[in-house]
Design a protein around this ligand. Structure first.
Ligand SMILES: *[C@@H]1O[C@H](CO)[C@@H](O)[C@H](O)[C@H]1NC(C)=O
Ligand SMILES: *[C@@H]1O[C@H](CO)[C@@H](O)[C@H](O)[C@H]1NC(C)=O
Ligand SMILES: *[C@@H]1O[C@H](CO)[C@@H](O)[C@H](O)[C@H]1NC(C)=O
Ligand SMILES: *[C@@H]1O[C@H](CO)[C@@H](O)[C@H](O)[C@H]1NC(C)=O
Ligand SMILES: *[C@@H]1O[C@H](CO)[C@@H](O)[C@H](O)[C@H]1NC(C)=O
Length: 343
């Protein structure tokens, strides 16, 4: 009311002689103005409430309109989510937006290590390889049900930081339904604005060494009778890398081609998602790539750490028992560089 009076100050000076009748007129004007202001404010409130309930009804998770984020690009706003988990309350963090992501990768491509790095961020919940369990990827409905639970923050794993998560996701291997159900999954990822982090390996020969050694260890259990896919000390790494696999040099070229083709296919299937493509080798060499990832996920940039130790270090020639045959098979082919890559 006081504000309305101040606003009317100019008009009051026009109404000069404060006769009784004009004073009544003046009061009526003020009253009418106040009522109009009130109605206007109410109409804004109602519009906002109906907008919120409409978005909730459509299960679109953007609750705040562009009003409050004027200077953000559109994709930035639309990838903001405000999940309402059924199993807990986000408390004071319920106003923090959450971004959805998935790490699309292949076995033995550094995604385990990459995920521990991401999870060292106080606001990231990357829930592991959830589709490792076959039932969850049995058909597209079970896949979507699982995804909904993850992105609604109702998925619990040791990585869950539920209240103050700013980015939630998991890692997903190409052979876990992504290729078979690519149409439906693509539709889901775009509809729910899930950002995709592709993580692949450049040197597919090294990856092959890791695959063979890991599958050998599944039976041999070199570390005190326990099978380990990832290790936390150089000693453990040395023990695991003491096994040198033999690579089938006859099928080697075809095997490499097949992996390459699978990666290319996946990139083509999901190329309309909002995505970033990372290579394990680049992450190892250049830690600023981790900053790019955090920016891609709109996270406050932090120093990320992992306790995991690389298992197969040193020249690739030291890691393969039939090195001569492998050299012969790859020399003069497009894969020759894999032989000379010593990291
Ligand atoms: C996207 O949003 C975040 C906050 O959620 C902000 O820090 C960042 O600058 C925005 N990026 C762009 C490109 O607008
Ligand atoms: C998918 O699998 C679940 C069991 O895991 C089953 O209940 C459901 O009927 C299946 N849906 C379709 C469409 O096949
Ligand atoms: C990150 O987590 C901290 C601590 O849990 C919280 O205070 C902060 O608001 C979170 N930041 C974002 C961007 O969600
Ligand atoms: C190597 O691959 C070839 C071609 O696929 C196959 O015929 C052969 O049995 C394989 N050798 C071994 C030792 O697995
Ligand atoms: C995505 O891949 C398809 C198939 O390879 C191609 O036709 C299309 O142009 C690509 N789209 C973008 C945005 O790259």
């Amino acid at each position: 009311m006081a504000e309305a009076m101040v606003f009317l100050g100019k008009d009051t000076s026009i109404i000069k002689p404060p006769k009784k009748s004009s004073r009544l007129l003046y009061r009526t004007i003020v009253l009418l103005f106040a009522v109009m202001c009130g109605l206007y404010i109410c109409s804004i409130c109602i519009r906002q409430i109906s907008y919120q309930s409409k978005t909730r009804f459509q299960n679109i998770q953007i609750i705040e309109g562009p009003c409050c984020n004027g200077n953000m690009e559109e994709s930035n706003i639309s990838s903001m989510h405000y999940p309402r988990p059924q199993t807990f309350s986000r408390l004071e963090c319920s106003h923090n937006p959450v971004r959805f992501f998935t790490i699309i990768s292949m076995q033995r491509s550094g995604s385990g290590w990459f995920e521990t790095l991401l999870n060292s961020h106080v606001n990231v919940s990357s829930n592991g390889e959830i589709f490792f369990v076959r039932d969850r990827r049995k058909n597209i409905s079970s896949i979507i049900q699982t995804l909904d639970r993850v992105y609604n923050l109702d998925w619990f794993s040791s990585a869950s930081k539920n209240e103050c998560s700013a980015a939630v996701g998991f890692k997903w291997m190409l052979n876990q339904g992504l290729m078979e159900h690519h149409k439906e999954i693509l539709e889901y990822l775009n509809r729910r604005r899930v950002s995709v982090v592709f993580l692949f390996r450049r040197n597919l020969l090294r990856r092959m060494v890791s695959v063979l050694a890991n599958s050998y260890d599944r039976y041999a259990k070199l570390l005190n009778g326990i099978h380990k896919s990832h290790v936390h000390s150089p000693e453990e790494a040395d023990t695991l890398s003491s096994y040198k696999p033999t690579i089938n040099s006859t099928s080697l070229i075809d095997d490499l081609k097949e992996v390459e083709a699978t990666v290319a296919k996946a990139l083509a299937f999901y190329n309309t998602t909002r995505h970033i493509v990372l290579y394990y080798e680049d992450l190892i060499k250049d830690r600023t790539k981790l900053k790019d990832v955090q920016e891609f996920l709109y996270l406050p940039v932090m120093e990320l750490t992992s306790r995991q130790v690389k298992i197969h270090r040193g020249p690739v020639s030291d890691l393969i028992s039939n090195w001569d045959k492998v050299t012969l098979a790859l020399s003069g082919t497009v894969y020759e560089s894999f032989l000379h890559d010593d990291d």
